[in-house]
Write a protein that binds this ligand. Sequence first.
Ligand code: WTA
Length: 651
Amino acid sequence: MADIESLLKEKRVFKPSPAFARAANWNKKTVSELRRLGDKSPERFWARMAKENVSWFTAPKKTLQWKPPFAKWFVGGKLNVSYNCLDRHLEGENAWRRNKAAIIWEGEPGDTRVLTYGELHREVCRFANVLKDHGVRKGDRVALYMPMIPELAIAVLACTRIGAPHSVVFGGFAAEALRDRINDAGAKLVVTADGGYRKGAPLPLKPAVDQALQGAPGVEKVVVVRRTGGEVTMKADRDVWWHEVMEHASASCPPAKLDAEHPLFILYTSGTTGKPKGILHTTGGYLTHVTTTAKAIFDLKDEDTYWCTADIGWITGHSYVIYGILSNGATSLMYEGTPGHPGPDRWWDIIERWGVTVFYTAPTAIRTFIRQGDEHPKSHDLSSLRLLGTVGEPINPEAWIWYNKVIGGRRCPIVDTWWQTETGGIMITPLPGAVDTKPGSATLPFPGVHADVLDEDGDPVKPPAGGFLVIRKPWPGMLRGIWGDPKRFKEQYWSKYPKTYFAGDGAHRDKQGYFWVMGRVDDVMNISGHRIGTMEVESALVSHSDVAEAAVVGRPDEITGTAVVAFVTPIASVQADGELKGALRSHVARQIGAIARPAEIRFTEALPKTRSGKIMRRLLRDIASGKETAGDTSTLEDYTVLARLRESEEE
Ligand code: WTA
């Protein structure tokens, strides 16, 4: 509450500078015209964007077919995403882009690679042929479990070229999490690497694939990139080296003419149960959404060097490292490693050396940098920057001001962009040449996006007031479903309010109608901008033989936003000690991945429950954050549990 109050007292307003506004892709006039159109008819707005920003083999016949909660966008249209991201920059008046950098890549050890649009096109065609040669057909799923290397972008685009939906699994996930995702998607082929570099050392990936595949019989082939040169076991008949199969692959591969609603990718994200959801995105609507938003919000120009620090294993990396950036013919910088290697100034060094102009990162990273001290950014020339962005969690005004001052030299607008894996692209955001910003607010919905804040009864709140964030009308980048689980799709997003998308976030609107997103209102935690379900961590904990019961909640953390706190009841015969805590923390890291590892474990003889047996998370959240429990505890089964839990606090 204290955070929220401080956020709502924020009164500062930053206007776009006249110079920025003058040169912006979307200026005030464009924005007000497009807002009017989008308010009146989102369909007409998006139809216009689809025509202006996307190349179609066959133009769509109908913009939207909406049978709530199922939407089809650009019905009858045919297109190819890799064509939009590559081929169209090599043809006609854009042909000069053939030798323009599509991807500037830097490895953590300092090695670099620049792929021009021409080269990237060739590599993508070759790998598309490799996929075909290894039995991948249109509609087959391909899992990608890779470090941040150019081959990941190549593999993603190669999948889109032949219409094979990809499922990228973040390289930080453990073998078990990988196996579940491979099986749920029914992937036939996996692309991986021997490893990647993190924090100055090679981090192996292939052993996790080997382990996962012991429980994933559907996978027929594995393609392995040699990145670190580390030792790997190659299974005969199953595993092949990337460089060997690419050697003879032809660089000619016509793009498949795909239906606008052809599945483009599945990306797993955490929900309120123990099982991650496979969020499904399709071709035409998604591409229209990410291409349009990238052009308008990041103001992409041909001379820009754009850098988004997200890993491609998350939606931000899909939409705004690869798709939305390359479809605009812009230059996307990709960095393999961690911000702190070899020193805390690595990112600023990258910005200076490559002359980065547009920079998009997460508030958690900004908070870490604030703590490390201004001397690190100040030791570099950051004057190439002209626009900054944030994503993934609310940004506190102090961090916003620091970002503006120390990184942006007070000259760069900041776009605080609200969106989700499910929305595909940015939904609530400033337009940098047209919208006044307020530190901590994502400002206003993108044109054509009908966002609102509703009260419990489904009525819009009267600003200034808070409630639940919803989207009232379909939008092109919206998820088309949860892979293999239409029931969960309906329940999760469309059951709280009729025909309205429920985002799972709480938000406030101020007098000007600006949106202030406050964070999740469900059992999803946001750890350093990454979503982890409390149930997921709980099921990992109870899968340990020493654990009888576990409840997991988030508590506010200065750096990571939220930290995982686990309340654990061990089975009677085991010693509840520091050693067990250590064992449980590594168990969770092995089951899910290091990001889910609890910051704190508290042992308790019992968990507070209602009479019907539901764990009272609200109480646990208060205890975890050291707050007095003000809420109603009348349904608590055992009052003494509460007192004992407080005592369990770690020194
Ligand atoms: C949170 C990331 C406040 C929010 C693109 C959302 C934000 C979840 C913002 C989605 C923002 C994202 N301000 N909160 N600008 N951006 N969030 O699926 O809680 O990894 O529901 O997508 O992150 O996380 P996801």
